[in-house]
Write a protein that binds this ligand. Structure first.
Ligand code: SF4
Length: 335
């Protein structure tokens, strides 16, 4: 499919965008040395910084800026790959996935035929067949189940959806929401597998800017000798700056609070979450710790519940326990 510049600017992670610099007659050396191109490097860093702050980059689609939009994404990918900062790569991928989600949703709503780009992206990249029918987006139930498998909220259960003739009927927002995680993974894989030539020395200061930026995401992990695997896994995800689902954050917070950690000790662990907000985190932790209302402290979810949420990473040491709080406490009995 031949894409226009605006389409590439909306979805710069598509293969079609890969050769954009060369097609437009630019080399990396030029970006490093030509002062006229400096604003693009700055825009690329701004794009990464925005993602690092947990926000979504605001695109400018005026004709004169379309090239800049594409270039800034491609340069950001090059800088990120070169910096090797996984925390920033993860944050950038998530932010860019959210950005693309907005365009996909809009494009689905404005769809005229079922062979337009938004449908093609969803089908080609994520193997999900979508067709528009009136105000709905129709997906075969088998495709729906394949993508909804990681959603635990009741609203995503098939019984709570509009289903007819083996198809599920969704809004544009829901159809796109279904592929959020996969879009995020797709972009991060693209960055990690990008084949980047040696960068000219002139890029050094931009790389250093990213290395400085990544420093603020270093988290001090609370070390205890007896952490269960599910808790270790959740801490690992956070330390890498990856997104821990809300159910995972709930488990981690309730576990640590019930183990006697203070709110002040637990709160900094979440500062790497892409949507981190200090005020909200403290409020939620106080709520979990029982500082409001009836004063009831929330319990840590059971192992069974965590298993159903794909948060359990049981090892033989987990034998015979029903709650992570028992880990290391209960002796293994021989039958
Ligand atoms: S069995 Fe329980 S403690 Fe062990 S990893 Fe699973 S949820 Fe955590």
């Amino acid at each position: 499919m031949k894409l226009g510049t605006e389409e590439i600017a909306k979805y710069p992670f598509l293969t079609e965008a890969g050769n954009y610099l060369r097609e437009k007659g630019f080399t990396l050396e030029q970006f490093g040395s030509d002062s006229d191109l400096k604003p693009i490097i700055e825009l690329a860093i701004n794009r990464i910084q925005t993602a690092a702050d947990g926000k979504i980059f605001n695109s400018d689609f005026s004709i004169k800026n379309l090239d800049k939009e594409v270039f800034s994404f491609l340069i950001a990918v090059i800088l990120l790959k070169q910096s090797g900062m996984n925390t920033l790569i993860k944050r950038f991928s998530l932010s860019e996935a959210r950005r693309a989600e907005k365009f996909l949703e809009k494009d689905l709503v404005n769809l005229h035929t079922n062979d337009e780009l938004a449908i093609k992206i969803i089908k080609d990249l994520f193997s999900m067949n979508v067709t528009k029918s009136g105000d709905y987006f129709v997906i075969p139930a088998s495709d729906y189940l394949m993508h909804a498998v990681h959603f635990h909220e009741q609203e995503w259960k098939l019984v709570n959806r509009l289903v007819d003739g083996g198809n599920v009927f969704l809004s544009a927002h829901e159809a796109v929401r279904l592929i959020r995680k996969e879009l995020d993974n797709y972009i991060s894989k693209k960055i990690n597998s990008a084949n980047i030539p040696d960068l000219p020395e002139s890029f050094r200061s931009s790389i250093n800017t990213l290395l400085d930026l990544a420093k603020k995401f270093k988290v001090q992990i609370i070390e205890t000798t007896e952490q269960p695997p599910c808790v270790k896994h959740a801490l690992e995800i956070l330390s890498k700056g990856e997104n821990l689902p809300h159910s995972g954050r709930f488990m981690l917070a309730t576990y640590l609070l019930n183990k006697g950690q203070t709110i002040e000790e637990v709160a900094p662990l979440f500062k790497n979450a892409p949507d981190y907000n200090e005020k909200i985190t403290l409020y939620q932790l106080k709520h979990l710790a029982g500082n409001f209302g009836s004063g009831t402290k929330y319990a840590c979810p059971s192992c069974e519940k965590l298993k159903s949420e794909n948060l359990c990473f049981a090892t033989p040491e987990c034998a015979n326990i029903v709650n992570p709080l028992q880990f290391g406490r209960k002796k293994i009995t021989n039958a």
